[in-house]
Design a binder for this molecule. Sequence first.
Ligand SMILES: [Zn+2]
Length: 80
Amino acid sequence: MTAGHDYTRWDVLDARYWWAAHHHAGQWSDEYRTIGRIEQMGYRPGRIARGPETDAARMIYADRCHAHGCTHEEETDNGR
Ligand SMILES: [Zn+2]
């Protein structure tokens, strides 16, 4: 991630929510539990959202994919 990038807590939750939603390995995985925790923190995705909704969130999401060695680049707009 670029140092000093401007994003809010909600961008982070947005990114973490969708990253977990797209990458979890079943309902007993840590990522799946992350989704529940993020919802408890008050984040709810938009009803028609299929991925991170802000540029900042998309950037955080892409960084996570990069860190995990994902090869796909545009999974954010087709979900799974
Ligand atoms: Zn990925």
